[in-house]
Design a protein around this ligand. Structure first.
Ligand code: NAP
Length: 310
């Protein structure tokens, strides 16, 4: 969204290609407490809405559709979508990440029937019942805390005896009266009833080797993220884990292609760092178009659009 804002404000003819809805994971985040300028915090939905309105005020055009592949044609980059192809001078890849699957029996079968990757989306369905959360990172802990609004009890399963999540979240989760942390414990199976609705989990204590069962009705999995880069295969060499390597200017090894946000190889994946990446990428894309092709401020219908894939 920030790349789109900066590119549109630089008067580049800019399109943001979006598969579902602009905002990505922020949209499914209940509350954002660490984005500057919001002293009381802000809901993920509101932050996205404000970003979209701000970018659209400068003329950012948001196009619905899925980018399936990129290719080159001389100095042009072709952005192949399911139903059309866009020819552009510059592309900023800002496709983020999606949740990793845990890979245990019951996970795929019961997704949407008790297994979820989004507490903000599904939490209200679990009023007054017990739920399980898996993971020890920021996402798992934030979502476990959110689920305490609805569930009678939240069981947090973490495979180690130390949380990866940041200090303030660790404090909140370890002292919350509705949350029970099962240290060094993993889930091995998710069970359902005849209607295929989740009714329990089997867990394994990695230190003692003991197994047990719990009668939960919701299982929320937050065991990490994987980058959305399959559409780049064959076009851009990817780093281990599928992330996109860039230099400090957000440039990839492909001329005319930048990357911004969680999809990049980087240490800190936050909304504020993604926004910084997006601004840097758009600034450099503008300079590239200006110096290499001798034009900017392209007229909307005939100029060379800069694409932001989100
Ligand atoms: P993450 O930091 O990679 O944490 C994934 C968690 O899942 C880890 O605790 C990991 O255990 C556990 N895990 C991984 N594979 C597992 C398996 N097979 N079985 C059981 N547990 C497994 O992922 P994330 O929490 O989604 O966060 C992603 C990025 O977004 C991070 O950079 C995070 O800081 C950022 N983020 C920030 C905020 C915020 O600032 N408010 C909110 C959400 C996310 P180990 O600890 O043992 O590896």
């Amino acid at each position: 969204m920030t790349a789109g804002l900066y590119a549109a404000r630089a008067r580049l003819n800019t399109r943001l290609m979006e598969k579902i809805s602009p905002g990505g994971q922020v949209l499914t985040t209940d509350w954002v407490d660490n984005y500057p300028g919001f002293p009381e915090g802000v809901s993920g939905f509101e932050l996205v809405d404000r970003m979209r309105k701000q970018a659209e005020r400068f003329g950012l055009e948001i196009v619905r559709g899925e980018v399936t592949r990129l290719s080159r044609e001389d100095d042009w980059i072709l952005v192949h979508m399911t139903e059309s192809t866009l020819r552009t001078r510059a592309v900023i890849v800002a496709t983020g990440t999606i949740p990793v699957k845990l890979g245990i029996p019951g996970e795929i079968e019961y997704t949407g029937k008790g297994v979820s990757y989004c507490a903000t989306c599904d939490g209200p369905f679990y009023r007054g019942v017990e739920v399980a959360v898996v993971g020890g990172g920021d996402t798992a802990v934030e979502e476990a805390l959110y689920l305490t609004r609805f569930a009678s009890k939240v069981h947090l399963f973490h495979r180690r005896d130390q949380l990866r999540a940041t200090g303030i979240l660790r404090e909140a989760v370890t002292t919350h009266p509705k949350i029970q942390i099962h240290w060094s414990t993993v889930l091995t199976e998710i069970h359902a009833d005849d209607r295929k609705l989740v009714r329990g989990v089997t867990h394994l204590d990695l230190k003692t080797g003991q197994t047990g069962q719990l009668p939960v009705e919701g299982v929320f999995l937050f065991v990490g993220q994987t980058p959305t880069t399959s559409f780049l295969q064959g076009f851009l060499e990817l780093a281990p884990g599928g992330y996109v390597d860039t230099d400090l200017e957000m440039a990839t090894v492909q001329p005319g292609v930048w990357a911004a946000g969680d999809v990049r190889s980087k240490v800190l994946r936050q909304i504020v760092t993604a926004a910084g990446d997006g601004a840097t990428a758009a600034f450099n894309a503008e300079k590239y178009i200006e110096t290499r092709f001798g034009y900017s401020h392209a007229p909307k219908t005939t100029g060379a659009p800069a694409g932001v894939a989100s």
